[in-house]
Design a protein. Structure first.
Ligand SMILES: Nc1ncnc2c1ncn2[C@@H]1O[C@H](COP(=O)(O)OP(=O)(O)OP(=O)(O)O)[C@@H](O)[C@H]1O
Ligand SMILES: [Mg+2]
Length: 351
């Protein structure tokens, strides 16, 4: 591969080359990701097919082509296909090729992408801190609680009066309940046992467990991309993470609805500050009422719950398990569609 081509292939910035009719001649992988099309589909398309609703941006490009004046447009809103809008700085450079034909080189620096990465890094650090704090508290309570429980047991053995034993039973029973809670607050106490696995083993296991647990009115749909490469992970930890999300969905669906388990790959994705060539993307989708707005920003913090009997640990544990695999869980939600997305790197660099 020529070195110029090599640079272009690995560049984070979207670079597109158009002819004088604004038909796409060439694009790099970052552009494919941005436009959500493959080079094969996109090359030869007219710009109107690529960003159909963005008349003002197209007019800017046409103007640059006519005047042959390079320009930079800051904070342009681009309305792309697939409904999403990005904010970007665009540099537009009119060129003449070897045959003196006019061409237009467009570089798109996605602004919100950088904001997303910065925000994500900050959030991951905050989740870590709050989990550490909680683990510290749980640890401090755990030891004296063990002492209290042991003492109640000794006391129980000394008591002849059945009526009095009822009290020691209450102490022991409540201590056990607290200890279970503390164990969940402390999180997994074993290091992950990672090996090469197929993500669908994980999803199938969750599917089977969910089928058993769920009410008849809930259907669980599988929508897999069987070509996803193997990943290096602890299957039990991933089962736990996905199951926590699926259980939440079953709880909000309250006996009626659909949960979809979907697997895909996604190219060129940044998690925290690391850019990955390929990640596995697992979506868990339910058609329930959606996440209450007041919870949406703090879902992944421990002890955040919307349920009367919830402990608010499920999602925080899931996020922590997926982080241990170099991955991330994201969520989008509106009434009728809640999507939790697990993103897991597919290279084996983070052992
Ligand atoms: N799919 C969903 N749809 C609507 N709300 C959800 C969904 N998933 C989670 N939530 C909300 O997020 C809250 C936090 O979930 P999380 O799993 O962390 O804790 P929990 O389910 O309340 O308790 P725990 O999992 O520890 O038993 C839930 O209480 C619920 O209000
Ligand atoms: Mg839960």
């Amino acid at each position: 591969m020529a070195s110029g081509q090599y640079i272009l292939e690995n560049l984070n910035t979207a670079v597109l080359l158009f002819d004088d009719k604004l038909r796409l001649k060439q694009l790099n992988p970052a552009s494919e990701v941005m436009l959500a099309v493959s080079a094969k589909q996109a090359v030869g398309s007219n710009i109107h097919q690529l960003i159909p609703v963005d008349a003002s941006f197209i007019a800017t490009l046409q103007n640059a082509l006519e005047t042959e004046q390079p320009r930079t447009e800051r904070e342009v809103q681009l309305h792309l296909l697939h409904m999403h809008t990005i904010i970007a700085d665009c540099t537009i450079t009119p060129l003449r090729n070897a045959h003196q034909e006019k061409e237009l080189l467009v570089e798109v620096f996605q602004r919100d992408r950088h904001l997303r990465i910065a925000r994500e890094e900050q959030l991951l650090a905050q989740y870590d801190t709050s989990r550490e704090l909680l683990r510290g508290i749980a640890h401090e309570i755990n030891n004296p609680l063990g002492g209290l429980r042991g003492a109640a047991q000794l006391l129980e053995q000394e008591l002849d009066d059945e009526g009095l034993r009822e009290y020691t039973n209450v102490i022991i029973g409540e201590a056990d309940r607290l200890q279970n809670l503390l164990r969940r607050m402390l999180g997994p106490n074993t290091l992950p046992h990672k090996k090469e696995i197929n993500i669908h083993e994980v999803l199938e296991r969750v599917y089977t467990l969910a089928e058993v647990e769920s009410a008849d009115g809930i259907s669980i749909v599988r929508n897999y991309d069987p070509s996803i490469p193997e990943l290096y992970a602890d299957p039990d930890q991933l089962i736990q993470a996905v199951l926590n999300i699926v259980r939440n969905a079953m709880q909000v669906l309250d006996g009626h609805g659909t949960i979809t388990l979907r697997s895909r790959t996604q190219r060129q994705f940044t998690i925290g500050n690391r850019r990955h060539k390929l990640v596995a993307r697992i979506d868990i989708i339910d058609n329930g009422p959606g996440i209450p707005p007041e919870l949406q920003d703090k879902l992944f913090y421990p002890m955040v719950t919307g349920r009367a009997d919830g402990t608010g640990l499920g999602l925080s544990i899931a996020q922590s398990l997926v982080n241990q695999h170099g991955g991330l869980i994201e969520c989008t939600s509106q009434a009728g569609e809640t999507v939790f997305t697990l993103l897991l790197p597919l290279e084996r660099t983070h052992e």
